[in-house]
Design a protein around this ligand. Structure first.
Ligand code: FMN
Length: 180
């Protein structure tokens, strides 16, 4: 049983975070969610709270129930941060050290491993700037699972489809096992 911070970002694949959270809970993990402001256009905090049974952090500036800023308590208690789906935006922001919402702040503050599961249009994914950022984050120890080839929301088929949820869960388990 591990404490997982599930970061959800503004991708069309965000609805899959609902099933992913349920799968991780079934494995016995405690799952807390941090959502970017844009993620809530795709999935609601209420949905994620209901699935996880835990309060969802969707703002830096709501009064936390814990002592101290919410992003710091989330960062400290997480044994793994899983960002699924991960937008091009969150990947580039993390690489640049940007901290402008609760998820980016928690990623920046945590000592836990961070695993990204990217999902985006194939043009965005193959963008050389994004590819540079992914390589840079890998060089700093961040992990990635997927994306894979598949149907994209824009109607094309290409590289950018979120990795299958089973693959993401397996990578979570591998990462947690590597910490012990
Ligand atoms: C309908 C729709 C679907 C989108 N899907 C994606 C996506 O799958 N991946 C991605 O990187 N950006 C996607 N975007 C763009 C992001 O929502 C946008 O970059 C946003 O600023 C991301 O913010 P966040 O990373 O803070 O959540 C989509 C936008 C819209 C309107």
């Amino acid at each position: 049983m591990s404490k997982i911070l599930l970061g959800i970002t503004g991708s069309i694949a965000a609805y899959k975070a609902c099933e992913l959270a349920g799968m991780l809970k079934k494995k016995g993990h405690v799952v807390k969610c941090a959502m970017t402001p844009d993620a809530s256009y795709f999935v609601t905090p209420l949905t994620m709270e209901t699935i996880t049974g835990e309060k969802v952090a969707d703002s830096l500036f709501r009064l936390p129930e814990t002592r101290g800023p919410v992003h710091v308590s989330l960062a400290d208690e997480a044994e793994l941060v899983l960002v699924a789906p991960a937008t091009a935006d969150i990947i580039c922001k993390t690489a640049a050290g940007i901290c402008d919402d609760v998820l980016t702040c928690a990623i920046c503050a945590t000592a836990a491993p961070v695993l990204f599961a990217p999902a985006m249009n194939n043009g965005m994914y193959s963008n050389p700037i994004l590819q540079d950022k992914i390589a840079y984050l890998k060089s700093k120890g961040h992990r990635f699972v997927g994306p894979v080839e598949g149907a994209l929301a824009c109607g094309r088929v290409g590289m950018g489809h979120l990795a299958p949820l089973e693959e993401i869960v397996a990578e979570v388990e591998r990462t947690i096992a590597s910490l012990r």
